[in-house]
Design a binder for this molecule. Structure first.
Ligand code: LLP
Length: 454
């Protein structure tokens, strides 16, 4: 529960991931919730609902905090990359590039968005456990660094890269590190589809030495997402430094070390993730120590935050519609979106925090279950959550939806995707227009023989 009132803004100004709502959130004299100087109920009326809202200040603050912390705590060169799977759009790519970030992409779509959004190609890395020829050619033509995930990548690149145009490569390994997060979003443990198994790494490094087209500069690992502990990243630095040493002995001086992303955010009052600065400090010290112990030169330190960069800058506004009371059991309040714009609750049982944007000061609370509008009983966004009594037509904000919502959205039930707006200092700009039912029909092809004559 959010204290005694329905809504109380948090205030960790420098680390947006430790706030449930965007850092610019405030309640005006009329008790209405504002973000980026814009009243949320006015945005809902102007742009319609559901509506994704991104707070530019939160996004820029998170970027700046990562960069400043790396400069403060890591004595060598560093480059943070935005994991664009969290939320890929031209506006976000352009914003993170303007802050000095590079980017991690996992498909031609994400690569194209990054390139068109103005991210420098030399600062883009291309991941994926099953890259296609077309994707690899596109990445190679654009001088993007390819992260080798398996032998399949090597076989394909043999035919694409050449001595005249070598491929810049990093090698991803499965570090065998367990961390406490949902099993679907854990990637570093040994039973994972991502990266080379530790037992294969020596052979791969030796094999790459034979290829003139292969320019191996770095190592990569990612251990999972929404992680609150820091010990797994300390352990990871050790595993990676061992591999750097092995690579050096085989003749690959490793100059880039990418430790992935994973820092968690605060979705509800119980969540207590480390700050961005603390996380960067821990990984920086761990890498320095691990390299010193093995007498290795300090590599350029890379990391790939996704969620901790964008999630807390985002919220989704819904309009409340139907209600249903199941006597003695539950009160359902239905909104005009749900699992198609936020599939995380139904996929991972993820928890969220919400408030009624124009009734945020009320302390008269009742437990309600916020249900989506899709034809699926599991389409529930928040279960038994305390809210002031609400009417049809009220607007509800669900916080922390800036990451893995739009990027995982679907058109289930042929429901069009919401628009996205970015707010800052009293200004609002559309960064993604709302899909229309007609947009969905544009991809349909009706074979001639199905066309009826009348
Ligand atoms: N680097 C790699 C190679 C990754 O696979 C990921 C996330 C990241 C970086 C960024 O991790 P982050 O900083 O966002 O934790 N759909 C799930 C999350 C899947 C994460 C996949 N990989 C969710 O909604 O929780």
């Amino acid at each position: 529960m959010l204290g005694s009132r329905a809504y109380e803004p948090d205030r960790d100004i420098n680390s947006p991931n430790r706030n449930i709502s965007p850092v610019s959130s405030e309640i005006n004299e009329e008790g209405k919730l504002m973000v980026g100087g814009c009243q949320l109920s006015e945005l809902a009326k102007k742009f319609g609902t559901p509506l994704y809202v991104l707070d530019e200040l939160s996004l820029r603050t998170a970027c700046k905090t990562y960069l400043q912390a790396l400069r403060k705590h890591y004595p060598g060169e560093s480059l943070p990359l935005y994991a664009s799977k969290a939320n890929s759009s031209l506006a976000i790519c352009s914003l993170i590039a303007s802050e000095g970030f590079g980017l991690d992409a996992v498909s031609e779509g994400e690569l194209l968005t990054a390139l068109k959004g103005g991210v420098e190609r030399e600062r883009i890395v291309f991941h994926g456990n099953n890259k296609s020829d077309k994707e690899l050619k596109f990445a190679h033509q654009n001088n993007v660094t390819v992260v080798l995930d398996n032998f399949h990548d090597i076989e394909k690149l043999k035919r694409i890269a050449s001595e005249n145009k070598p491929a810049n490569l990093m090698l991803r390994l499965t570090p065998g590190i367990e961390c406490h997060t949902h099993e679907y979003i854990r990637t570093g443990h040994l039973d994972s589809k991502f990266g080379f198994d530790p037992d294969e790494v020596e052979n791969v490094l030796k094999e790459l030495k034979r290829f003139k087209w292969a320019n191996l500069t770095g190592l990569h690992a990612h251990i999972g997402s929404q992680i609150f502990e820091t010990q797994p990243h300390i352990d990871l630095a050790d595993v990676m430094a061992d591999t750097m040493k092995m690579a050096k002995e085989i003749g690959h001086p490793i100059t880039n070390l990418n430790l992935g992303g994973g820092l968690g955010i605060k979705y509800n009052q119980e969540d207590n993730p480390p700050s961005i600065e603390k996380w960067v400090e821990v990984i920086s010290k761990a890498v320095v120590e691990a390299c010193n112990k093995r007498k290795l030169d300090l590599p350029k330190l890379m990391c790939e935050p996704g969620r901790s960069l964008v999630a807390s800058s985002g919220l989704t506004i819904y309009e409340i519609g139907a209600k249903k009371v199941v006597p003695g059991i539950r009160k359902y309040v239905c909104v005009d979106g749900g699992m198609s714009d936020n599939p995380r609750p139904i996929t991972y049982q993820s928890e969220y925090t919400a408030c009624l944007v124009d009734k945020s000061l009320s302390s008269d609370l009742e437990e309600v279950t916020i249900a989506g509008k899709h034809c699926e009983s599991g389409d529930v966004l928040l279960k038994d959550f305390p809210l002031p009594p609400c009417e049809s037509g009220d607007f509800l904000a669900v916080f922390g939806t800036g990451a893995y919502n739009y990027s995982m959205s679907s058109n289930y039930n042929r429901i069009p995707r919401p628009a996205t707006v970015m707010v800052n200092d009293g200004f609002v700009e559309l960064t993604q227009r709302r899909e229309l039912p007609e947009d969905l029909l544009q991809l349909d092809v009706l074979p001639d023989r199905f066309i009826t004559k009348n």
